[in-house]
Write a protein that binds this ligand. Sequence first.
Ligand code: AMP
Length: 388
Amino acid sequence: MKSRGDMTTDRSQQVFLPGSTLGMVGGGQLGRMFAMAASAMGYDVVVFCDTADDPAAQVAHRHVIGPLDDHNTIDRFAEQCDVISLEFENIPAETIARCGRFAPTYPAASVLATAQDRIREKSTFQSAGLPVTPFADVSDRDSLMDAAEKIGWPLVLKTARSGYDGKGQYKLDSAEQAQEVPWDECDHWVAEKFISFEKEVSVVVARRPSGEIQCFPVFENEHANHILDVTMLPAKISASVSETAIRVATAAAEALDVIGLLCVEFFVIGDQVMINEVAPRPHNSGHLTIEACETSQFEQHVRAICNLPLGSTAMKCPAAAMANLLGDCWGGDGQTPSWDRMLEKKGVRLHLYGKRTPKPARKMGHLTVTGFDRDQVRQTALSARESL
Ligand code: AMP
């Protein structure tokens, strides 16, 4: 049931205690793990999604099914909620703005509008004096040549909107390769300098309406085919790189005025960090916080949007590693992987998202290993996944 919050109009003072109803726009795995954390704390969760069998709908108290841009469905969902959040940033900003007529919505539509457009996002951070990969606006082959003059070859051409997990990205080594770009797919691109980074790391920041901010420790990430593959804690970086990443991530959350979580992904080069991209929501690289930290990123997100005191982000164990389980683990014939064999390994925890149809590159679940040594838990995570 929709509950009270307290009815002050100053949202920095408004607190939503357990018993309130939290709305989640999107039915995927991030919504599912959010709903599980919120339920554990005594909240009701209503999910706005495509089908009753979506990963989040399977575990939420209620769901509303319908198109994300349909006013009646948006209203039917939002009127049940005390506070609303989302699990992917490519939701129409107008949908979130309409939700905001009924309940505080975090992140706000203005944050989404920025996070949905790589150029707007990078320009916001650049204006705030934060380090971003050198970039230029591109609309066609000619403007690509101008961009290349500014930032040099090789470069990575990305669609300015709607790209994720490497979709809509092209690494170009020279002007000749511009012919291979499907220019008619999109008329708004960003060209980024190709960065020969040493590592990729991310920082998940939580910020609540009262202004309190808290960061998780820096995660170290490995990607395969542009998709996150493995995350490790602690990151093998110097104390000064770690401090810089946390300082920049905190400043990024403030520059965007995010309430809830913001994940900031960085390239590390020597003792420098550069923001690659951000996501104003729980993030795949934060999944290992469920086992590795005193507060999981999902509980922290609940606390932040409800304006409750943020939880401790301290590690509960010396080391942890998370490996994604993509549909590829099922093999071509869709045969169920050998979960029993995998779980024989001590310290391995399995998370499956309830998706019925495995497809190559589809995120079906993840596994987490905790232990004493960072390289060892990484190795155990990889061999556990291999055993499938
Ligand atoms: P994105 O969707 O922008 O996060 O890109 C996915 C992955 O592609 C990143 O995590 C990097 O591994 C790689 N990548 C993206 N942009 C660049 C870049 N400018 N230079 C080097 N690698 C990149």
